[in-house]
Design a protein around this ligand. Structure first.
Ligand code: P6P
Length: 338
């Protein structure tokens, strides 16, 4: 059957055959995520009309209070998920603490950790932004989910998903079976398979980093940057720089075109010595997607997926992209670390 008729539901159902104990719960959880993504997408597309619709904290033309888009996205995701009986607990970038499933709803076997709208500061400039989801299985013996069910290594993820709200809305998801991309057909209201079996190019010629932080980087990172920009590097031409400042947009390009995205540790902000990005709902799900697509991820020393989380909002340095490029970055960083 041609791609244009393959929906996410169909692809996941076909993949279920690899899991004899599959109950369809995961398929329905993925459907819940696509449902939330469609609603968020329709509101993000209208964000440019805030003068008409009213901006956050004001009332819109209907006399309703307008929410900040990231708060709106957070609420939509929670309301789509909290009553289904598929989750035992949730965690969101917008909430300091874990989000319990209300007692009057059944508790399920999955854990959902998410960044509802990453890069939302870019909305004013109409840059692409995204939602990121990490899915684990409950592992505690508690009746309902606990923090220990959330604080799991990236290797334990059942799946990882991101949605990018750009010129089109795309949903990319990874399971043990690989990475597939779906594009929302707004006319039909379905995500249709557009990028089957995504593979990251083994090596790229693009680097993506906020080079304004150069002075605050460790020497190994500075040397790596100087190498990438040198005509004497392994490509015999300088890498190109592409940096939107919206992680999902920068990583979506890196996934498809190759190269390396970096958010290194920097001494610029003593409160963020490990860089700006969060482990559980940014680095870990993106690392799962990249590594299932043949790429690599690293904190400079080991795969992001092997890091043992200690806190809900802990940060981590992130180097992610084409395998050969990430390995070279690690060599520069580890040489300076010695
Ligand atoms: P900087 C957006 O605010 C974000 O969280 C990520 O989406 C993005 O990759 C990063 O921050 C950009 O940070 O310090 O380069 O502006």
């Amino acid at each position: 059957m041609s791609n244009e008729l393959i929906t996410i539901e169909r692809l996941v159902l076909e993949q279920e055959q690899y899991y004899p104990d599959a109950t369809g719960e995961f398929t329905r959880l993925l459907y819940d995520i696509t449902f939330a993504a469609k609603i968020i997408s329709s509101h993000v597309k209208r964000a440019g009309l805030v003068d008409i619709l009213g901006s956050a904290g004001q009332e819109n033309i209907h006399g309703e209070e307008v929410q900040k888009l990231d708060e709106f996205a957070d609420r939509i995701i929670r309301q789509a998920m909290d009553h289904t009986g598929r989750l035992c607990i949730m965690a969101s970038e917008e909430w300091d603490d874990p989000i319990a499933i209300p007692d009057h709803y059944p508790s399920g076997k999955y854990v959902l950790v998410f960044d509802p709208l990453d890069g939302s500061s870019n909305i004013e400039s109409n840059a692409s932004i995204g939602s990121v989801f990490s899915i684990h299985k409950k592992r505690s013996n508690a009746e309902r989910g606990t923090l220990s069910d959330i604080l799991q290594k990236g290797t334990k993820q059942v799946a990882a998903v991101y949605v990018i709200y750009g010129s089109s809305t795309m949903l990319v998801y990874a399971t043990q079976n690989g990475v597939n991309g779906f594009t929302l057909d707004p006319g039909v209201g379905e995500f249709l398979l557009s990028h089957p079996d995504i593979r990251v190019p083994e090596q790229g010629d693009i680097y993506s980093v906020n080079e304004g932080n150069y002075a605050y980087w460790e020497s190994g990172m500075q040397k790596y940057m100087d190498y990438l920009k040198s005509p004497e590097n392994h490509l015999s031409k300088p890498f190109s720089l592409r940096y939107i400042g919206s992680m999902v947009a920068d990583l979506h390009r890196t996934l498809l075109y190759g190269g390396i995205f970096m958010y290194p540790p920097d001494s610029k902000d003593p409160k963020k010595p490990s860089g700006k990005l969060r482990l559980l709902y940014e680095a870990s799900p993106m690392a799962f997607i990249f590594e299932k697509a043949g790429g690599l991820s690293s904190n400079g020393y080991q795969s992001i997926l092997t890091l043992e989380p200690e806190g809900l909002h802990q940060r981590t340095p992130l180097y992610i992209g084409s395998a050969k490029d990430v390995k070279m970055a690690e060599r520069y960083i580890q040489d300076s670390g010695r």
